[in-house]
Write a protein of this length. Sequence first.
Length: 417
Amino acid sequence: MALLIKNIKKLIQTEEKPIRWRAGKDMQNLPCIEDAFLLTVGDKIADYGKMSDFSEDMLKDIKEKVEIVDAAGKMVFPAFCDSHSHLVYAGSREIEYIDKIKGLSYEEIAKRGGGILNSCKRLRAASEDELFEDAWKRLEEVASFGTGAIEIKSGYGLTTEDELKMLRVIRRLKEKSPLTIKANFLGAHAVPMEYIGRQTEYVDLIINEMIPMVASEELADYVDVFCDKGFFTPEDTERILMQGIKYGLRPKIHANELDFSGGIQVGVKYNALSVDHIEYTGDEEIEALKGSETMPTILPGAAFFLGMVYAPARKIMEAGLPLALAGDFNPGSCPSGNMQFVLSMGCIKYKMLPEEAINATTINTAYAMGVEEELGTITKGKIANFFITKPISTIEFMPYAFGSNKVETLFLNGARC
Ligand code: NIG
Ligand code: FE
């Protein structure tokens, strides 16, 4: 099919040539076209430009029927890319959330067998079909807020069999969903109950059994480790990342959420695609990131929900680095996958300008999940993943009006969702 969206009040994030990411001051740059059209053919963006440059001649070679949509008063954005989620899980953890309200920290709750290990117990008891159905509903929910691509991690199974079960659910989601999905193997999310006190043996299991099996079934695109105080050490992380790389899995890791854990430096050393959370980022971490190909990624929803310190977003951008903002949908630290909320948080809590926050949730997260050549901007030849907003006054209105859904219609692969 083909689609002509005309009279678009503003077409956001148009790029003549594909870019890898936006960094530093350039994050304030957000190319847009006022009074625009957008033409898609099949699943790709075929053309776009000013309405005054549109002519019916542009449609004459298109063999498919062209559906016409009038977007007067509305804007068109590239769909959000969410480069960090734990969307496959069983049950919720609102009881721990009450412990949190009463003052217990994330680490204290984890030490009592709550946290990730609580989700682990539930996941082990759930069937693949149950996990798939729950995750499918969450995917529909994130799409309703404008997400068109999402990375999903394993990490609640923590046995070879249960990690494979999670990754097979992610594979089914990949096959069935119109969203672009990447899978990340996070066997090193926590030390499971049966290995407590024997952390090195659990790391051995990940290295010797899990990674080879995950790779032989081609179940993951990336390898992850929760490298932080009370979880996995930089030494554990190095061992796991080396093995992952040997099996073709590029690292993309959790780092520096709870302390200056050395996670960012380890991530950069092993050419991680991204280091995520990064609340504890100081001068040394920034120096390590400079000149690297690793995307620093902040997860505002988790910092907000857990009441953490906020990562130094401005300092990172002022150092000339790129910055991404992702969702972190999970039952413990962020029971929401709403990227419009992430965008608002970027502006409200991290003092990012709307243009910076939009770059951080589109092209920079596209890079952080390895899809920047196909997604993240409105560029000819890229996959036609975008949304039409409800009538809105300005770009700034998007982060400003936090909490309400400004997305009217999502199109993925050139088709209405
Ligand atoms: O990204 N920080 C580690 N992992 C998740 C939380 C997982 C959970 O609490 O279930 C996160 O925030
Ligand atoms: Fe996470």
